[in-house]
Design a protein around this ligand. Structure first.
Ligand code: F6R
Length: 604
């Protein structure tokens, strides 16, 4: 989501850093900044919004000869998108940029504050620069101070740091977040968090591994591993294809976004999980005063997330919940009472029908909230309150990571309200918070399952239709699986509650009807199993997805044994996304830009 660039060399540095950041724009950001060190003097520019704002701020700055510099585009996760929170962050005479999360930043901040350090921003990043300067007081060299700083950081990071006393040096480190060093025959050194920013600038790149850190000057790069041993530099030629660089090695943006879910969920959960409660920095508890009902309203995939929330809000928070398709809500002359909280869900924050529904609810005097992925979007600006899903920019037209983050925010909201309304006991809230913490692991793509789906996909290219079936929250997941399949394979698919098949749809069952059956271990297993058996008995071809073996299935995708149905939900979600993608690939379709579809539907 965030982007990092760095440069050591003699060319105009401002232009190089901003050009590099422009290549990383596709990742999404809401503020940007650069810091340049020349002849021992720093120049710092930061701006909220697009890079043109940064260019405007820095328009009178020109470098002259050799300099070093670092730059960053930030997608707010910790602290609002303000200039103070934008990177680079500044110490006394050092500057730092960082991607990732410093998990123990509160503890480090506390320790440094006691030592008299004053913090300017709300970010976790700022501790890096202060800790470095604190270490510099006692360590014999800046490199040792940097090493000791890294030893104290917990979490994921890619970081660049510059210090005024070493005006030819950039310190770098990678742990869990990508970082690349590039060099060219003109002796220039580049840093970037994605090789998209390096194309056309250097011929060779070195992809840092976790635990790698070191320092670079115009003449030398020193690289160390996690055991503090110096290691040789293995540069490789840079692949010059920009689009594939933006896809970071994946074939499609959709594939990249499926694989990214595990990482973006870390961002979604960050700062929101306490031991026994959910904390939303953005929410004023007064928003819920007098609220006796929740109305959720959305379109498409976001509507499916709303349906999942319908189960969770009633189950956990014991609050009456209704779910509306925005295009229907607008024109059905709804009867509204003053006591619901009206929540719209939207990845883009711009979908016309959802936006108009929000306006209607506001005009009626309802309290409103939006769950959205895009800060500053029309819905975020209009609603009384907003919760950001923090999925980063989503490029694939078929929504994947946006859905995962929406469901996780809605799950957290159900627990937040359960806490406020005392409808779940503390032990249960605590248990579910532990489950939420497992989401990044649960959604990590299992290579064996992906390979199995790649192989299986060849059996599902024809037929007269697909039924995706499930019960409870697995019903909206079935709807979402069917929608994904339709969007990118152009095959006919329907999602159904498993128990509803015998009320009509089962008439379609024959070997050319493919049933994708969601069979979780921890939610209505026996009931769902009987429904699938009924379909199997009528010769439908069954592909079951379950941690438990199922002998009536023609194909079986075995998921992990999890402790709870919500973890099963998230793992099955990944399976369904990959299955659709692999079928679409075999059919030769454009996975990222399917026919007739647009990413943001701003017309009715
Ligand atoms: C499906 C998909 C669409 C969107 C729908 C609403 O993969 O992306 O169904 O979910 O158009 O869009 P947002 O969430 O931006 O309001």
């Amino acid at each position: 989501m965030c982007g990092i660039v760095g440069y050591i060399g003699v060319k105009p540095i401002k232009e190089i850093l901003i050009e590099g950041l422009r290549e990383l724009e596709y990742r999404g950001y809401d503020s940007a900044g650069i810091a340049v060190l020349q002849n021992g003097n720093f120049s710092l520019f930061k701006a909220v919004g697009k890079l043109v704002n940064l260019e405007e701020k820095a328009k009178n700055f020109e470098s002259d000869g050799f300099s070093v510099g670092i730059g960053h585009t930030r997608w707010a996760t910790h602290g609002k998108p303000t200039e103070l929170n934008a990177h680079p962050h500044v110490g006394h005479n050092s500057y730092v940029v960082h991607n990732g999360i410093i998990e123990n930043y509160q503890e480090l901040k506390g320790m440094l504050t006691e030592e008299g350090v004053r913090f300017l921003s709300q970010t976790d990043t700022e501790v890096i620069v202060h800790l470095f300067e604190y270490r510099l007081r006692t360590e014999p060299s800046a490199l040792e101070a940097f090493t000791k700083t890294l030893d104290q950081l917990e979490g994921a990071y890619a970081t660049l740091l510059v210090n005024a006393s070493l005006n030819d040096t950039i310190f770098f480190a990678k742990q869990g977040s990508p970082m690349i060093i590039g060099r060219n025959s003109e002796g220039e050194i580049f840093f970037a968090s994605s090789d998209a920013a390096l194309i056309g600038k250097c011929q060779e790149v070195l992809y840092l591994e976790d635990g790698h850190y070191g320092c670079a000057t115009g003449s030398e790069i020193k690289l160390f591993n996690a055991h503090h041993h110096e290691v040789p530099l293995h540069f490789t030629p840079l692949n010059e294809n920009k689009l594939s660089a933006q896809k970071e090695g994946y074939r499609f943006f959709m594939e990249k976004e499926i694989y990214e879910q595990s990482q973006v969920l870390i961002d979604t959960l960050m700062g929101r999980l306490r031991d026994e409660s959910i904390y939303f920095e953005e929410l004023d508890a007064a928003l819920f005063d007098g609220i006796r009902e929740i109305k959720l309203c959305a379109c498409g995939t976001s509507y499916h997330a709303a349906m999942v929330a319908g189960y969770l809000l009633e189950r956990h928070a014991k609050i009456r919940t209704s779910i509306e398709i925005a295009s229907e809500f607008r024109y059905r002359e709804p009867f509204l009472t003053p006591d619901p909280l009206f929540i719209v869900i939207s990845q883009s924050g711009e979908t016309a029908d959802t936006l108009e529904s929000l306006k209607m609810a506001k005009a009626f005097g309802l309290k409103t909230m939006v769950i959205c992925n895009v800060d500053n979007s029309s819905m975020v600006r209009l609603a009384d309150a907003s919760l950001l899903t923090r999925a980063g920019i989503e490029k694939g037209v078929a929504s994947t990571k946006a859905f995962a983050t929406q469901v996780s925010v809605l799950w957290m909201l159900s627990l937040f309200l359960a806490g406020e309304r005392k409808t779940l006991d503390t032990a249960e809230i605590k248990r579910q918070i532990q489950l939420l913490r497992l989401l990044p692991t649960t959604t990590k793509v299992d290579n064996d399952i992906h390979e199995q789906l790649r192989r299986l996909s060849k059996r599902y290219l024809h037929g007269h239709g697909f039924f995706f079936i499930g019960r409870d929250v697995f019903y909206p997941l079935a709807l979402e699986g069917a929608l994904k399949l339709k969007e990118i394979t152009y095959l006919h698919a329907e999602g159904y509650p498993s128990g509803e098949m015998k009320h009509g749809p089962i008439a379609l069952a024959d070997p050319e009807l493919f049933t994708i059956a969601l069979l979780p271990q921890h939610k209505l297993y026996d009931k769902t199993k009987s429904n699938i058996e009924e379909l199997s008995a009528r010769d439908s071809t069954i592909c079951s997805i379950s941690p438990l073996e199922f002998d009536k299935a023609d194909d079986h995708i075995r998921t992990q044994h999890a402790d709870d149905y919500m973890l099963e939900f998230f793992e099955m979600m990944v399976v369904l996304q990959l299955l659709s993608m692999e079928i679409a690939v075999r059919l030769g379709n454009d996975v990222d830009m399917p026919r007739n579809l647009a990413k943001s539907v701003t017309v009715e």
